[in-house]
Every structure is written in C-alpha cells, then in structure tokens.
Design a protein around this ligand. Structure first.
Ligand code: UDP
Length: 346
C-alpha cells in the first residue's frame, strides 16, 4: 500500500496512537506538530512500537499558511487527519481569541492547501461536546447539536460546518475535498506497550489523568465533581472509549475514504462504546483492576458538565466495520501502567 496520510498534531496523545495504527495497517505517515502541548516522548514511543526510525516528522505550525502549503508540495498526501488544535475548555473560556484563531485558521489552511494541491480526503477530529446536554440517550449522529457552552466546543462545531460546506463546494472539481468528522466521546487509556499515553501539562482537567496522578501521589486527592446528579449513583455518566480502539476507528475511516466506500461525500460518525459509566464506577474499576485504594472526596458540581452522555455507535459499527473492543478494566490497567512508566522517567 503506498498511500500517505498526513497527521497534523501527530505527536500528541490521540495523534501518536493513530500514527501507530496507521503504520501497522500499512499506510505511509507524515507527522506534523508544533509541539505546543507535547514533547517528543510520544513520537519516540511511536518509533519504538512500530520499529520504524524513518517516520517523517515536520515541526511546524498549521496557522502558518505557507508552511502548510509547503507540506502539500513536499509530500503527495492522500488523506489528512487533523488533530492540531487547542483543547482546554476552561482556557478557551478565558482566551477565546487564542482558541478561535488557532483552531479555525489551522483547519482553514489545511483545507485551502489540500484543495489547491488537487483535492484530498480530510478526517476531522470532532467531539461529543457538540451534542451538549442531550434530550435523549444514547445520542445518534442525527441527534441535534446544542449551542456550544465554550469557545473550544464552538470551534468543533464551526470546523464541522466548514468541512461540510467545503465538501459541498468542491464536489466534482479538481480540488475536491471529501470529509469525515469523527465525534469522540471520552478517550482514555494508553497503548498496551506502556510507551505512549497522555502527558497533561500542569494539573489535569480530565478524569483519568487526575486519577492516575492521585494514585501515584502527584495529587493528594481526586475531587469527584457532584454526587447529586439524576443518575443511578448521583455522579455523571460518560462513554469512555479506549485510546487504541479510538485510533483504530481512524484507520477504518481513512480506508473508507481511500477505498471509495463513502455513501456521502461528508459523513459523521460517533466513536464510543455505547456503554455509560459513572465517575464512581470508573474510580471503583480503577481501584479493583489495579489493586489499590484511591484517595477521593465528593466536591461540588463543575460548571458546564453535562449530566450524562453516551453514544449510539451503530453507524460506525455497521458502515465502517469498527467496534470498540477493550474493556474499561483493560483500559484502566493500561492508563496505570503508563503513569508508572512516566513516573519512572522523572
Ligand atoms: N471529573 C471529576 N473530577 C475530575 C475531573 C473530572 O469528577 O478531577 C468528572 C467530570 O465532572 C465529568 C467526568 O469526570 O463528569 C469526565 O470529565 P472529563 O473532564 O474527563 O471529560 P468531559 O466529559 O468533561 O469532556
């Protein structure tokens, strides 16, 4: 197979796992990243896992239109997977201009160059955040999007719309763009090799890095935000999707685009397990599978959190032939192995 996939933001948490799966599926990969939110740990891990020392890596900023265009001149790109974006919800509320500027202009540059260089397949990493607080569960791809509650969430919605409109406008032209938006639920875990995983800077916002950092003693105590929600145990429910399962969904989506299997030129898929898990259930599962006790307490609700959301992944199951396979226990064991791996390096 001699297809080349550009992975923007490919040195980060999701990008590095996707790079591994693409290479293992036989694709050529070009990794590009501005390293604004990561170091080379994961990219080095990718090289070790795949046994490949020759993966092209370009340090560049996707807000730099000339640099993006150079990339498309230097490589014959068959598909782009676009991860390069800021992702901290709270920071986006405090610094909206930074978020809109970065997340929108980087994506616009990719689309402009992709189209100018003869068209391309574009996979956009979207989020279940577009569903807001859903009226009915589980959510399907046709469940209505809700007004975004943060600039971060809004950039996901706007980029989905930009992709949809660009696909429509370029259809049948020389610079044709075909697109898939994958709406991720809650990606967690790490590669089973223990060589790549999440490397949050500062105090983690997300639940699982906070859990593993508490378990290893970097944080004193996990705060569970709210235990008075209208859910079975009072804590929020989410659809936690294993990072390797999630990465494999990208390979399925890329193959679907490259093999001409798309039913529409722009498609959307939920990437989740279909299984709701509460914060308390996740904490209990982490303790049990790793044989330890976690220091936690109940704290007030966190502003902006939805009560419950989980996916109906039937579309991705049926049309892409993709299915989440790993259990929450396997995923939480991998997350803990990764935390211990990085602690050993510090
Ligand atoms: N959460 C928590 N304590 C933390 C971080 C998160 O109780 O330190 C809860 C949060 O309220 C939500 C769930 O864990 O119900 C998942 O939060 P996360 O930030 O990981 O993802 P989100 O669903 O907000 O995108």
């Amino acid at each position: 197979m001699d297809k080349t996939i550009l992975v923007s933001g490919g040195a980060g948490f999701i990008g590095s796992h996707v790079t591994v799966e693409l290479i293992e599926a036989g694709y050529g990969v070009v990794v590009a990243d501005n390293m604004s939110n990561c170091d080379m740990t994961c990219f080095e891990g990718v090289k070790k896992i795949t046994g490949r020392d020759d993966i092209p890596f370009v340090k560049m900023d996707f807000c730099d239109a000339a640099a993006v265009d150079r990339l498309f001149s230097d490589y014959r790109i068959d598909a782009v997977i676009h991860f390069a974006a800021y992702k901290a919800v709270g920071e986006s509320v405090a610094q909206p201009v930074k978020y809109y500027k970065n997340n929108l202009s980087s994506f616009l540059n990719v689309l402009e160059s992709a189209s100018a260089h003869g068209g391309c397949n574009v996979l956009f990493s979207s989020s279940a955040t577009v569903y807001g607080e859903p009226d009915t569960l589980p959510v399907t791809e046709t469940s209505p999007r809700q007004p975004a509650t943060s600039p971060y969430g809004n950039t996901k919605q706007i980029c989905e719309d930009i992709l949809r409109d660009t696909v429509k406008a370029t259809a049948g032209s020389e610079g044709e763009i075909k697109g898939i938006a994958l709406r991720y639920f809650n990606p967690i875990g790490a590669h089973p090799s223990g060589l790549i995983g999440e490397l949050p800077r500062g105090v983690p916002n997300n639940l699982v890095p906070f859990i593993t950092q508490t378990a290893i003693g970097k944080r004193e105590c996990l705060s569970i935000f709210g235990n008075d929600y209208p859910t079975p145990d009072g804590t929020c429910q989410r659809d936690y999707i294993d990072i390797v399962d999630l990465a494999k969904a990208h390979v399925c989506a890329v193959s679907r685009m490259l093999d001409g299997d798309m039913e529409e030129d722009y498609e959307i898929f939920n990437i989740g397990t279909g299984r709701p898990v509460s914060v308390l259930e996740l904490v209990n599962a982490f303790e049990k599978v790793n044989g330890l006790k976690l220091n936690y307490r109940f704290a007030p609700r966190r502003e902006g959190d939805v009560t419950a959301i989980w996916a109906d992944p039937a579309e991705a199951n049926k049309k892409m032939g993709w299915k989440a396979e790993r259990t929450v226990e396997e995923t939480l064991a991998a997350a803990w192995a990764w935390e211990k791996h990085i602690a050993g390096q510090e």
